[in-house]
Unconditional design. Sequence first.
Lengths: 486, 465
Amino acid sequence: MSNEIKSIQMPKWGMEMSEGEINAWHVEIGAQVNAEDDLVDVETSKIINTVTAAHSGVLRAIVAQTGETHDVGALLGVLASAETSEAEIQAFIDSHKTTSADSVAAKPVASEPAPAVTDAAPKASSNSALAEGGDDGHIAASPVARRLAAEYGVNLNNITGTGRHGRVSKSDLEAVVTASGGQLVGTNPAAPAGAAQHGDDSQVKATPVARRLAKELGINLHECRVSGDRGRVCKADVEAAAALKNKLPAQSVTVSSAPSSSESQVISGMRKTIAARLQSSKQTAPHYRVQIDAELDNLLATRKQINDANTQTKVSVNDFIIKACASALIRVPAVNVQFDGEQVTQFADADISVAVAIKDGLITPIICGANNKGLEGISHEMRDLSTRAKLNRLKPEEFQGGSFCISNLGMYGIKQFDAIINPPQGAILAVGSGEQRAVVKNGELAVATVISLTLSSDHRIIDGAVAAEFMSVLKGFLEQPATMLV
Amino acid sequence: MSIQQYDLMVVGGGPGGYVAAIRAAQLGFKTALVEKQHLGGVCLNWGCIPTKALLRGADIAHTLKEADHFGFSFDNLSFDINKLVKHSRSVASKLSGGVAYLMQKNNITVIDGTATVAEKCLLDVSHNGAVTQYRSNHIILATGARARNLPNIEIDGDLVWGAREAMTPTALPGSLLVIGGGAIGVEFASLYNDLGTDVTLVEAAERITPAEDAEISALAEKSFAQRGIKILTNTLVDSIEGAGKQALALIKGADGDQHLKFDQVILAVGIQGNIEGLGLESLGVKTENSFLSADPFGRTNLVGLYAIGDVAGAPWLAHKASHEAIVCVENIAGIEAVQPLNKNRVPGCTYCRPQIASVGLTEAQAKAAGHSIRVGRSSLSANGKALAIHEAEGMVKTIFDADSGELLGAHMIGPEVTEQIQGFGIAQQLAATEHDLAHTIYAHPTVSESMHESVLDSLGVAIHQ
């Protein structure tokens, strides 16, 4: 046991995530943690999330201090048993530094425990001779033993039962499997998520407390003995199963650590990422802009008709712009792209990122497949996404990706502006405020509600004529919204 | 001037509205609450809390009457109803101040005024003649409800009191007619009877507390009759006329018409939702019998508009409003696995003497719903603690689904049963079966041991009866 030292690493929560800032440790050095316990809050460019323990053990060292920023894969802390010596812990930290210096994603191979049976089929770990023996249906065995025997591929004829009335018990089966050199499922403390092997445990009778505890400890209820009243798995059963999984003493050992040295005000993780990504975008993507004005009077009339006709709907001008962009992207697919510097990926559907201002930053939730959605659907989805964006409740998949971006500052009365492309996308539309302007029609002065739209495109992949075509199609959809129906 | 923008606005500061505002603020919404009169709503100011303060006085009156049984005797006992009312009002104002503190603590903007929904996601708030507009993606209406009048009898605040006047009397009426045998009417009948008024209680249905299980109603009726409250069921009050300082009531019942005189009348025949003046008609918001129609998450048919609490319909209870507030706001915030309110899990409490408390289905409802049921009963006359405190009047009735063991309903009448009903509520929430309840250890000696006996009785293994 003593040499099983495990690393806590900076996770990778999304395509864009390259580093994270340590926000707060939930656990102190010397504390015993169980698998899936909360360890440390990490702030990325977009979210604050919690790193949970992949293994159980004693937190022996905190390498990454609160306030520090570390690359994905970097060593944040060390989990080990209480008996592991200081020297071993230090050697582990040092070795990790060298390996991670070579490659961010490299794992400390030497110290990682041998993979348990969980990755392979369980039967692979038992002696094939045990599988022989013909029909064993008549052998008295506990239901758990019988199910495990099937999993391990063991014929019950090969086992001498020691349970009540000579029944084959779970421990009989496990003894035979171990004796033949096999590995046990769910009993190896190094086996990550061994519970998952047993699948759905919702049908297992259990007390509400036991069910909840099992979920938190990562215990499958099938793994638990049943000692509660009326055949229910109770709390003690789950705790017993958890203890079996994590045979580690809860003795605490204090490791001295350097106090946090950051005193100056560091910008937030989100601000840092906005800074890094947009700087990189502006430096690597040759931006150019094309601008067009569109008259909104038809659109506003249509919007009024829709909103007046249906209490369930409050379609905004922005919802129309999302829909119109989606339609235009399908018409001019060369703009509906992502570019990683080498490869251009063109998408069949328009996944439109919409910039939403939130406290201390901005985020771009995505209306996926906006081309396949109606205005009402887009409106409802946008309301939900922007509500949850402001509450910091978006899931990563709801704001990561997208094939095109819209930034609308019209509500502030901004007439026109330029936006910076949101990589790896190829273009972004900056939307100004719809306002009444004097226009000349057929030589006569007239009043129309006009909106100015500016497209910033990456010239490496979108040429001027393509951008211009997109804008002209977009203008058409906005000025005659009914044409979007076709 | 640009329009102020909030993420979420609540109209009404009662136990639905202020809870919604606090939960929204906790979740990170920029939140405002519009209140036209006083924070805390009817519950804190003119309902649940001040009536309980008065009923405490009634309890003391009752205890004093029983004093002789325990060996106490005294004379020159006097009672000043103004002091009791003063106690009641001071509790109300203290709690209202507490809500104001909670708004401040949670950074919620409290806007004084009367709100109108101008259009989708737009509120007009008028205050002292000035109208201010606010934009909010989510607007929760928690405007509550008020006492309903009868077509021929109206609350005038003089001869005919509503709940407000009934909880701020300046003198004790000699005789009182209470119209309506629901929770509110029964509480006032019990209160004034204990304080010494001659009370007549009229109910149109065949029994008082018609929402409760029939056996509970029967026990309540028996207890009330023993205390000298005259109960007229299947009876209507046709008219009230002034006759000097008294009210002349034309009462139509099984025994024919009779004219009776009372010093005072209390009208408690139900409530109606406060939906007027909110601008809802022109926006096409759906209503049903003076209440707003909303789905289990409080969503009305108007986008961004929600309704919770009394204005969203029965049961008209503060704790139902507060729970709906949480469900509504958490659902807006996209919290996963928010469960809608289950109306069968809303407990109901009536603070008459003896108290009545219930949760879930009555026996008749359970049968009508097609359940095959097991019923347990336990009388307080076999309960040591109830006998010791000389309050052995009452029962606990439990109704289980015979197949699943689910607790379908629990009905209690007796001392402090309103404090005990939580036990059954928790059992329902945890989906406990009759066996879980039977295997729970109940402390002795307590009145709530009767809960255990009732469960055991449903299994046919009651120990003490």
